[in-house]
Ligand binder design. Sequence first.
Ligand code: 9MR
Length: 345
Amino acid sequence: MHKNRLRLVGALAAVLVAGGMAAPAQAHDKQPTLADLAQRHGRYFGSATDNPELVDEPYKAVLGSEFDQITPGNGMKWYATEPQQGVFDWTAGDEIVNLARAHHQKVRGHTLVWHSQLPDWLTSKEWTAKDLRAVLKKHIQTEVRHYRGKVFAWDVVNEAFNEDGTYRETIFYKTLGPGYIADALRWAHQADPKVKLYLNDYNIEAIGAKSDAYYKLAKELKAQGVPLNGIGLQTHLALQYGYPTTLEDNLRRFSKLGLDTALTEVDIRMILPATEEKLAEQATWYADLTDACLAVRRCVGITIWDYTDKYSWIPAFFEGEGAALPYDEQLQPKPAYFAIRDALK
Ligand code: 9MR
């Protein structure tokens, strides 16, 4: 399978280059899009985006045509939505929701409870459990109510566990204990009983200590009747660390608990420079994770963490790494793009 795909992708790339066909992305307009192909399987294929990028018209054209699901990269996070206590600002999130609606794309809400990108008023103070509970409940319910009917799912709690499967010692965990997760889910459900509620994290693609922690917690929450609908696997992969070969089994065990799963923030970075070999391996990984999602009925869709290397978070966070997405910095599709298409066919 791997070898065939590599050969196919390589051949296709060679034909395109030889024929001078590395043409603008618009040249693909008449072919079915990633979204079209995913829909044939009852899945979506989405991309994250971020507000500063929305002045880039060629970028927006591909974002609006190739994908049927959007996740705001930053605009719905706590620092953006409640910059002062009790003062809510929906400008950034609304801009993305409105753009998505104009293109009939569904929106994943990201994220309600996270230890990162919190406003200063929240992190610079010592909270009593009673006060922090009230603040958390109000934040969750105000935001979920605002986006009711506009987002299909929420990453309710993001990145709650450490690599070894212990709870991350966040302000919420330290002040409220592990029960903050069930509370957050219940509060979100009260505010919008229809929206799908997820826990979301990275490095939980393979079966291991961290994904086991989610499995155990999800099982407990389901047994207690807590409104949890799914687990989001961020899927920030890196070629140098190897492919998570237990991904499909992992997705399947969550399905068996009665949960949806989604690959929510996919990218596959590499140590630069990006060689033809690395791009071919990356393409294979993109195809493999697409196959894994398609093989598990309750894996509802795939979202890449923006679609182009032009706007990837990777170079700023991992020095010397990048080229993680299916489109290059000139918005040209890479071998990974064709490999995903092939996997969806
Ligand atoms: O894409 C986001 C980037 O613009 C921000 O600078 C960064 C700050 O931590 O967050 C990025 O998105 C993260 C997401 O919200 C949660 N999972 C990891 C993502 C990459 O850092």
